[in-house]
Ligand binder design. Structure first.
Ligand code: ADP
Ligand code: ASP
Ligand code: MG
Length: 439
């Protein structure tokens, strides 16, 4: 058996955490490929090394002095090295990093050093080979990840390698420039490595005992999810369940490699299994709830819209012209709404409105801002009657006004739009009705 084990930032924030990780790896022969993140927070008010690196590079970019800031980062690593009593000196690495910062190597390069340095420490600590992902993880000139080429290069690079540490979060473009995934992207690296070595399992170790039905920052002690499908997980993580990066399932999904989310601080817990398919029923009608704030809805009205062929395409073309992707597009006979991320839309708002006016000459357009979207997800929902009814009864009971409803064609999710202020209340009401009261 071969397992890829990815450890998140909080699992590697200090020497004590490294020791827990070491014990986990040594407890199972099969844990052969290790993907570390950069050191995360040691306590609530602490700063992640990745954030420290971004801040430090912002100074370098403006030609400001960053000595104090880079020294603080070096201290964080030195504490880990000292705590583990390793014979390792990172000073030449730091000299090179400082030099590259001065040469303006880019913020992606800067951020990637968090994982790179942690990888060097981890490889030294475990006695595993260190592999720099810049050698094998490829992004094209547009900065888009090249999955096919990466898989080829990685298979070649890993040929004959028994055990290795491969830092998460970054790779490089063809010309050698370092490129990172979006935040939380070490989860994707773990999945890419799992595919390349055809792992039996991809273990993703974090600070919670698996995927929980709802965000623990909103629901106190939410129940855990034992087993969840890739599809359900993708919906939940896209909608804000932060445990696993929303793109992390793609490399393993086709290969049918299961992901097991585990807790570094409670290795005895079984955690959550993420699988292609399962005949196991979820414990509750729903598998999970997640959501995000900060959406705007552009509501367009025009008499006889239904008879106008190409109306929707013309509206969407305006959004495409301004490089804005839409989240949802609920429609009525004479109305159509386009939901977008408010932060992307706000600066282009007036241009888009006049574009819509020119394109379809509507009777009326209005914008609703500060909306939140909540996804209620579950593979068992389609075989249960009355699920939507229960959601809306619970929301009405909690005095939450529903602004938008959308059900995906897979019937495994119902998306609800509410105002930002009702976000937490709505999630609590839905959690209560399905999990606490189970009526
Ligand atoms: P790591 O540093 O290990 O990658 P993350 O911070 O990215 O960890 O993800 C774990 C965190 O995700 C948890 O500490 C928790 O606060 C948050 N979280 C949000 N939604 C959920 C959920 N549905 N289940 C579990 N954790 C969640
Ligand atoms: N260190 C990176 C971040 O903070 C990547 C990761 O942790 O997955 O986003
Ligand atoms: Mg993460």
């Amino acid at each position: 058996m071969k397992k890829v084990v990815k450890f998140g930032g909080s699992s590697l924030a200090s020497a004590e955490q490294f020791q827990k990780v070491g014990a986990i790896i040594h407890a199972d022969e099969d844990r052969k490929f290790v993907v570390p993140s950069a050191p995360g927070k040691r306590f609530d008010e602490d700063t992640k090394v990745t954030d420290m690196l971004y801040a430090c590079y912002a100074l370098a970019e403006k030609d400001h002095d960053f000595t104090k800031e880079i020294n603080r980062i070096e201290e964080r690593y030195q504490q880990i090295i000292d705590g583990l009593e390793l014979d390792l000196d990172l000073s030449s690495e730091f000299d090179r990093i400082i030099d590259n910062f001065k040469k303006k190597a880019g913020s992606d390069y800067a951020a990637s050093r968090g994982e790179y340095l942690n990888g060097i420490i981890m490889a030294n600590y475990l006695g595993y080979e260190f592999i720099d992902p810049a050698e094998a993880l490829r992004f094209n000139e547009a900065g888009i990840f090249d999955a096919e080429l990466t898989n080829k290069l990685l298979i070649k690079r890993l040929e004959g390698v028994e055990r290795a540490v491969i830092p998460g979060f970054y790779g490089a473009m063809g010309d050698g420039r370092v490129k990172t995934f979006s935040r939380g992207g070490s989860d994707i690296t773990g999945s890419i490595v799992a595919k390349a070595i055809q792992a039996d399992v991809y273990e993703n170790w974090t600070d919670v005992s698996g995927f929980l039905i709802a965000d623990p920052r909103i629901i106190k002690d939410p129940k855990g999810i034992d087993i969840i499908t890739y599809g359900e997980l993708r919906e939940l993580s896209y909608m804000g369940a932060g445990v696993l990066h929303e793109d992390a399932i793609f490399p393993v999904r086709k290969e049918g490699i299961p992901i097991n989310i585990r807790n570094t601080n409670k290795p005895e817990d079984e955690g959550t299994w993420i699988v292609g398919n399962t005949c196991q029923k979820a414990k509750y009608t729903i598998t999970g709830i997640a959501g995000k704030k900060g959406f705007a809805s552009i509501n367009i009205e025009k008499d006889m819209m239904n008879a106008e062929v190409g109306f929707g395409r013309k509206v969407l073309q305006v959004f495409e012209d301004y490089n804005i992707s839409f989240e949802h597009m609920p429609s009525g006979i004479d109305t159509l709404s386009v939901m977008v991320h408010q932060s992307e839309f706000v600066d282009k708002e007036q241009k888009i409105l006049s574009g819509i006016n020119r394109a379809v000459n509507p009777d009326h357009v209005d914008i609703q801002s500060d909306l939140a979207l909540i996804a209620v997800v579950g593979r068992c929902m389609k075989s249960q009657r009355g699920t939507a009814g229960r959601i809306f009864a619970a929301l009405s009971h909690a005095s939450v006004n529903v602004r938008m409803i959308d059900q995906g064609s897979s019937e495994q999710n119902i998306i609800i739009g509410v105002v930002n202020e009702d976000f937490e209340t709505a999630i609590k009401a839905i959690y209560d009705i399905f999990v606490e009261t189970r009526i």
